[in-house]
Design a protein around this ligand. Structure first.
Ligand SMILES: Cc1cn([C@H]2C[C@H](O)[C@@H](COP(=O)(O)OP(=O)(O)O[C@H]3O[C@@H](C)C(=O)[C@@H](O)[C@H]3O)O2)c(=O)[nH]c1=O
Length: 195
């Protein structure tokens, strides 16, 4: 059965997806990815790597991350255990929504997904202990091209669900530059045509 696809109300190129679940006496079944259905909905991407991460503490923040071209990644993200607040920031120079972000709650219970196109930074904060995230990406991990954006950049104005001092972050995620210091990472011509 086809999922429900809808554009994010703030960032129209971000797509919110609700896969169907078919229930019976045993429980339920769900297609979590179907290349034909996703292509019809405007996600024709070839995903080449599947990732999973587990965060033990509630209030763990990973992000905001992106890879630079030519290793830029689109991502299809879901939460497979627990509940997270997922955050996506438009960092495409010249985009009408440059610097704007959207926040979406994802839970294992509901099975929602977020499609993050190329040209956006991505991160999340766990809302429960022991959360597992699974996501597909369209380019292989390329550490030399891996970059970050400061989760607490005041110009982004992101409301994280816990105070900064109680968040659990890697050292790397405490040191990312602000948006104004990123430079032209995704040039104007990628805006609007990022997927
Ligand atoms: C992302 C990644 C990391 N690694 C390694 C590098 C490091 O030793 C270890 C942990 O890496 P990180 O700290 O970057 O993991 P993490 O902070 O979970 O990074 C992820 O964050 C979320 C928000 C995203 O959007 C992802 O694209 C990715 O950047 O895993 C890989 O081997 N392959 C990968 O694809």
């Amino acid at each position: 059965m086809k999922p429900e696809f809808r554009p994010d109300p703030v960032l129209k190129d971000v797509i919110l997806i609700k896969p169907a679940r078919i229930g019976d006496a045993r429980g339920w079944f769900s297609e979590t990815f179907n290349a034909r259905h996703y292509a019809e909905a405007g996600i024709p991407d070839d995903f080449v790597q599947d990732n999973e991460s587990c965060s033990e503490a509630m209030g763990t923040l990973r992000g905001l991350h992106f890879q630079l071209p030519p290793h830029a990644q689109a991502k299809l993200v879901r939460c497979t255990r627990g509940r997270i607040l997922d955050v996506v920031v438009d960092i495409r120079q010249g985009s009408p929504t440059f610097g704007q972000h959207t926040r979406v709650e994802l839970s294992a219970e509901k099975g929602e997904q977020v499609y993050v196109p190329v040209g956006f930074a991505h991160g999340f904060c766990t809302l429960e202990p022991d959360c597992e995230i699974s996501y597909k990406v369209t380019a292989y991990y390329a550490p030399a091209f891996d970059r970050g954006l400061a989760f607490d950049d005041p110009s982004l104005g992101i409301q994280w669900p816990f105070p900064d001092q109680s968040l659990v972050l890697s050292n790397r995620d405490r040191g990312h530059p602000r948006l104004s210091d990123l430079g032209d990472v995704f040039p104007a011509e990628t805006a609007g045509a990022a997927r």
